[in-house]
Design a protein around this ligand. Structure first.
Ligand code: AMP
Length: 144
């Protein structure tokens, strides 16, 4: 049976750093820095996902518009068409989504609400755990 997002969330927790749509890019940058993360999910009422804003968007806005973009609300710069997953999504499906679409963050949704987030770092950690477990099982098998 393939490993799912549920396993990743059980290990890392379901906390997600979120911002409202009117937060400025400068404040969003502060939040990314303070939490040592690469993305915030932009949410509206009842934790409904409105968009995602990542360090890539911050760099693009400064490169494209200039430092004055730091005063703009995240709603103007965020990606509104957010690819999501559920707890039942497999790690293989996640890897396929992240690599083909070239993003490193996927919010998890349950019943239309945000219920977690998986980053490419979480996926790599999970893969390492799986490989280590397989190695241990092989060693035990060989040792009889
Ligand atoms: P990232 O690699 O996650 O920093 O994101 C690269 C670009 O893809 C940025 O423009 C993000 O806003 C966008 N992005 C990140 N995650 C997602 C997602 N799950 N769905 C849609 N766009 C995303």
């Amino acid at each position: 049976m393939s490993v799912t997002v549920k396993t990743i969330l059980a290990a890392k927790g379901r906390n997600v750093v979120t911002v409202g749509p009117t937060v400025t890019l400068a404040d969003a940058a502060k939040i990314l820095h303070q939490n040592k993360i690469g993305a915030v999910v932009v949410v509206g009422m009842e934790n409904r996902i409105l968009g995602i804003f990542t360090e890539r968007d911050l760099a693009s806005a400064i490169g494209r518009i200039g430092p004055e973009s730091l005063e703009q609300p995240v709603s103007k710069i965020m990606t509104a068409n957010v690819y999501r997953c559920t707890e039942e999504t497999t790690v293989n499906e996640l890897m396929e989504m992240m690599s083909s679409r070239r993003f490193r963050h996927v919010p998890v949704e349950s019943d239309g609400r945000l219920s977690g987030i998986v980053s490419i770092g979480d996926v790599v950690k999970q893969r390492i755990r799986e490989v280590e477990l397989e190695t241990e099982q092989m060693k035990a098998y060989i040792a009889g």
